[in-house]
Design a protein around this ligand. Sequence first.
Ligand SMILES: [Zn+2]
Length: 126
Amino acid sequence: MSSYKSKPCNKGCGISIHFDESQRSKSGKAIPLEDDGQPHNCPNALPYTGQGPSATARVSNPIERIVEHENHRDQRIREAQEQRKAEHDQFIREMQDLRVDIRKLIGTIEVLITALDKKEWTVNSG
Ligand SMILES: [Zn+2]
């Protein structure tokens, strides 16, 4: 049983770590170890590739989450724009239909006015 002195991780994650002279990375840096002897994968660490795939996966997750979040946001924006365009197109179609109806109504009124002007109307009240 080796004796060691634990201290809190200096990245503020709250886990106590220690170093073992026999545990060094390929670059020669002492690897921080947790009380169970496993390398400390600090959740507060910046990207660091010296501790194998699990550490890499763990620290790359926030970046992946940001990218994923941005993709979802872009998707929502695209859907909102498509929705707005569809509503706008529908509005234009309704306005065109309304224009046709108003034209017909004006035509009917003009026929009535012409008839009144020519007195082509009779009162057939029986
Ligand atoms: Zn830590």
